[in-house]
Design a protein around this ligand. Structure first.
Ligand SMILES: Cc1cc2nc3c(=O)[nH]c(=O)nc-3n(C[C@H](O)[C@H](O)[C@H](O)COP(=O)(O)O)c2cc1C
Length: 401
C-alpha cells in the first residue's frame, strides 16, 4: 500500500531496539511517506543522527534549542504529523508520556500532538512485566493510543521472553492498516455522536446510594474512538473516575438515572449517532431520606419506583439517529438482547455476557456480540479500546449500507 503524502513523526527513545528504526524509516520513505525523526537525548547513544537524517531526508532533532540559538518548535512538529510513532518506546519515555513529565523535546512534542499515537514498547522481560509498565500501557490505551505489544523472543540482555520491539515490518503493516481503516479517515467529521456511559447512583439518603459495578471505561473508550474519527462527541457519564483527553469530547457528568435522562434529551434531537452504553438503574428509592438512615430496626424496607427508560425513550423519539444499545445478560443472552433491540427500536445492540471471563463491567477487557435484526457477529476478547473500535467500525458499515 502507498503511504504517499502521509506525514509520520518517529520518536526514538533510548533502547537497544533503536537500531531497527533505520529499516522502518527506509521502508516508510519507500512507501511515499514523509518522515520526521526526533530522538531523546538518551537515544543519541544508540543511533546516529546522521544515518537517521540521511534516511528520513530531514534533519533530526533532540534538543529544544539549536546551536545557533533558534528553538526547535515542538508544537509545529506535533501539528505537522498525521501519525506519531514512539518506537522503540522505553519504560522511561512511556512513564513520562502518561504522567506528563515534559523534560525533553520528544515529550513536549507528544503532549502537543493532536494526531493518533502508536506506542511500540521494547524492554527487558522483567521491565515489561513490571506493574508500573503494565499500568502505564493501560493508561496509554485509555488515552486512546495504539499500543503494538512487545513480541516474545531473545532479548538484548541474553534473556528470553516478552519484550522485543515489534519488527519494523509489523510496524509498517499496522501503519498501513491504520491509514486504510475507516476509523482513522476522519469519516465522521461533521457528525455528532452522543454516548452514555458509566453507572448511575440512586440516592437512599445523603450518604448512601443504590449503584452498580460499571466503571465507565467502555463509554470513555467509545468517546475517544469516535472523536478520533473526527466526530464531535457528547459523552454523558454517570459517576466514573475515567476521563477523556480528546478535545472533541464534551463530558457531561451526572449522578442519577433521572439526571442522565434529562441530559440525554437536551442533546438527542441534534445528534447523528447515539450509543447508550451506560448501566442505568431501573429503579430508584421513592423517597430520599433527608438525614442519614439510622440503624434502629432489624430490617429496613425501601420502596423503589421505576426510573424513566432512557433507551426506550430514545427509540420512541428516533427520527434520523442511528441508535446503538447495550445489553448485559446473565441468561438467554441472545434472545433477550434481540427482544430489547426490537422493543426499543434500536438499530444494533451490543451484547456482553457476564458468563464470559473478562467481559462486562469492571475490567479492562470485553467480549461482545453485535446483533442486528437479521444477524449476530461475535468478537474475541479484547481491550475496551479495541472493542470500541470494533463497535464503531460496525456502525460505520451499517450506516454506509
Ligand atoms: C545498553 C542499554 C540498553 C537499554 N535498553 C533499554 C530498553 O530496551 N528499554 C528500556 O526501556 N530501557 C532501556 N535502557 C534504559 C534506558 O536507556 C534508560 O531508562 C534511559 O533513561 C531512557 O531514556 P529515554 O526514555 O529518555 O530515551 C537501556 C540502557 C542501556 C544502557
Amino acid at each position: 500500500m502507498s503511504l504517499e503524502g502521509k506525514k509520520i513523526l518517529i520518536c526514538i527513545s533510548g533502547g537497544i531496539a533503536a537500531y531497527k528504526i533505520n529499516y522502518l524509516i527506509r521502508n516508510l520513505i519507500k512507501s511515499g511517506a514523509e518522515v520526521q525523526v526526533l530522538v531523546t537525548p538518551s537515544a543519541e547513544n544508540f543511533v546516529s543522527k546522521l544515518t537517521l537524517s540521511t534516511l528520513s531526508k530531514n534533519p533530526v532533532f533532540s534538543d529544544f534549542y539549536s546551536e545557533n540559538g533558534t528553538w526547535n518548535n515542538h508544537v509545529e512538529f506535533a501539528l505537522w504529523a498525521d501519525l506519531m510513532v514512539m518506537a522503540p518506546c522505553t519504560a522511561n519515555t512511556l512513564s513520562k508520556m502518561v504522567h506528563g513529565m515534559c523534560d525533553n523535546l520528544v515529550i513536549a512534542t507528544y503532549m502537543s500532538a493532536k494526531c493518533p499515537v502508536f506506542i511500540v514498547p521494547a524492554m527487558d522481560l522483567d521491565m515489561y512485566q513490571h506493574p508500573s509498565t503494565r499500568q502505564n500501557l493501560e493508561m496509554a490505551e485509555d488515552f486512546g493510543h495504539i499500543v503494538l505489544p512487545a513480541e516474545v523472543g531473545e532479548l538484548a540482555s541474553g534473556l528470553s521472553g516478552q519484550g522485543r520491539m515489534a519488527e519494523p515490518e509489523t510496524i509498517i503493516e499496522k501503519i498501513e492498516e491504520f491509514f486504510t481503516s475507516d476509523l482513522n479517515s476522519k469519516s465522521w467529521a461533521g457528525k455528532t455522536v452522543l454516548i452514555t456511559g458509566g453507572p448511575t447512583y440512586e440516592a437512599l439518603d445523603p450518604v448512601r446510594f443504590i449503584g452498580n459495578h460499571s466503571s465507565g471505561k467502555m463509554g470513555f473508550s467509545l468517546a475517544e474512538a469516535a472523536a478520533n474519527m473526527g466526530a464531535k462527541v457528547i459523552l454523558i457519564s454517570g459517576p466514573s473516575s475515567q476521563t477523556a483527553h480528546h478535545q472533541n469530547v464534551e463530558i457531561h457528568r451526572v449522578t442519577s438515572a433521572r439526571e442522565m435522562f434529562n441530559e440525554v434529551f437536551k442533546h438527542y434531537g441534534n445528534v447523528d449517532i447515539a450509543i447508550a452504553s451506560a448501566a442505568v438503574a431501573d429503579y430508584a428509592p421513592k423517597e430520599i431520606a433527608k438525614e442519614k438512615i439510622k440503624k434502629n430496626d432489624d430490617s429496613l424496607t425501601v420502596e423503589l419506583v421505576k426510573n424513566p427508560d432512557i433507551l426506550k425513550t430514545m427509540g420512541e423519539k428516533k427520527t434520523h439517529q442511528f441508535l446503538v444499545g447495550f445489553a448485559l445478560e446473565t441468561q438467554n443472552e441472545e434472545e433477550n438482547a434481540k427482544g430489547k433491540l426490537e422493543k426499543k427500536n434500536l438499530d444494533i445492540i451490543v451484547l456482553n455476557s457476564l458468563r464470559d471471563a473478562g467481559a462486562g463491567f469492571k475490567g479492562d477487557t470485553n467480549k461482545i456480540k453485535i446483533l442486528t435484526k437479521t444477524e449476530t457477529t461475535e468478537f474475541t476478547l479484547k481491550s475496551k479500546a479495541e472493542v470500541a473500535k470494533d463497535i464503531l467500525n460496525f456502525v460505520q458499515k451499517e450506516i454506509s449500507k
